[in-house]
Design a protein around this ligand. Structure first.
Ligand code: NAD
Ligand code: WQD
Length: 336
């Protein structure tokens, strides 16, 4: 069975590609390489000993996309392609709406035209905005605090309308919490452009000596140690969740939504300590003011995914830091 991954050369896509190939699926990738490198796919092939069919193509390019669907027998699509930098989305919102929202519309139009109606969509815990309490269940109120988050929320609503209009679709919207870590081989991992925005890539670059010190955004939150709490999930656990979602689509569930998290909250200081243990050095850090728009605490209730998908995140914070450190140490400049 062949699965098409949009954005499959990226961080989560490349790890999902490995797990799909290992599980016996065939994989086609459509990526414009705007935030990734073809080297990641070469390494996926090296890790798995299997080939992927790669097309350098923008999902907004309807004609090229249609040709790919016409030339390969696709069963289901996992739609990772999108821009994801929250800060940047405040500066260039239209680019985010065009790429993420319009891109999804074009993709769905082409899928409808060729009769491929199984879709897994990369949504995000960002659709819960500033959550009223934790842990977060799928029925919590939704809101957006920035254009990136709004693009995810809009796509979720578009997919709901699409399903209402045509019940032949099977759509799984997966709300990821904070994906981190890397493949245990240290050959593929997250390769952010420029200075990382996210905690783990930032810590890893301080540990390897590329950045001077970590700024901890706020130590006066109402949490165990005053720093922000998140649900960090190992990218390989997340990748395995996609395989379970693909299996679920085979049962014709209609439109379904799942939180993919561990269910455990971890503070910035706890994460820092775990990374120091993994890299066996102290990581310079200082306390800084809160970052605008940050929630105090955000973690999942993932029991619905556990029940419905028979999926549960298995890897620990120590696994995440160990694998992330292996990737960073072996590839200080990412894929460059
Ligand atoms: P990533 O940037 O590493 O991967 C996204 C991939 O999509 C990149 O390879 C990029 O080149 C490609 N892409 C972007 N626009 C495209 C377009 N128009 N046409 C073709 N390819 C395009 O990001 P990721 O961390 O792997 O995230 C994957 C998905 O998961 C994204 O939709 C993201 O919003 C979502 N998500 C990510 C996180 C996270 O923290 N990493 C959390 C929640 C949700
Ligand atoms: C985690 C914690 C920070 C950097 C973002 C997006 C979200 C989703 C996942 C895509 C917070 C603190 C961070 C630093 C710090 N992405 N921090 N110093 O903000 O939970 O979520 O990525 O959908 O939409 O918003 O992740 O890794 O940026 O921050 O103290 O240099 O680390 O304040 O408490 P976040 P993050």
């Amino acid at each position: 069975m062949r699965i098409l991954l949009t954005g499959g050369a990226g961080f989560i896509g490349s790890h999902t590609c490995v797990e799909l190939l290992d599980a016996g699926f065939e994989v086609t990738i459509v990526d414009n390489l705007s935030n990734s490198s073809e080297t990641a796919l070469k390494r996926v092939e090296e890790i798995t000993g299997k080939k992927v069919s790669f097309h350098k193509c923008d999902i907004l390019d309807r004609d090229s996309l249609k040709k790919i669907f016409d030339s390969e027998k696709i069963d289901s699509v996992i739609h990772f392609a999108g821009l994801k930098a929250v800060g940047e989305s405040n500066e260039i919102p239209l680019k985010y709406f065009l790429n993420n929202v319009a891109g999804t519309v074009v993709l769905c139009e082409v899928m409808a035209e060729v009769g491929v109606k199984n879709l897994v969509f990369s949504s995000s815990a960002t659709v819960y905005g500033d959550p009223k309490s934790v842990p977060i269940t799928e029925d919590f109120p939704l809101s957006a605090t920035n254009p990136y988050g709004r693009s995810k929320l809009m796509i979720e609503e578009i997919l709901q309308d699409l399903y209402k209009s045509d019940n032949d679709w099977n759509i799984a919207m997966l709300r990821y919490f904070n994906p981190v870590g890397a493949h245990h081989s240290g050959r593929i991992g997250e390769d952010p452009n420029g200075i990382p925005n996210n905690l783990l890539p930032y810590i890893a670059q301080v540990a390897v000596g590329k950045l001077k010190e970590l700024s901890i955004f706020g130590n006066d939150y109402n949490t165990s140690d005053g720093t922000g709490v998140r649900d960090y999930i190992h990218v390989v656990d997340l990748a395995l969740g996609h395989i379970k979602a693909i299996d679920k689509l085979k049962t014709n569930p209609g439109l379904v939504t799942y939180n993919l998290g561990t269910g455990n909250g971890c503070s910035v200081l706890e994460m820092l300590k775990a990374f120091e243990k993994a890299c066996e050095k102290e990581i310079p850090h200082r306390f800084a003011p809160r970052r605008e728009g940050d929630a105090e605490s955000c973690y999942a209730d993932s029991s619905f995914a556990e029940k419905e998908l028979n999926w549960k995140a298995e890897k620990t914070i120590d696994d995440m830091c160990k694998d992330m450190w292996k990737w960073q140490k072996n590839n200080p400049d990412g894929y460059k």
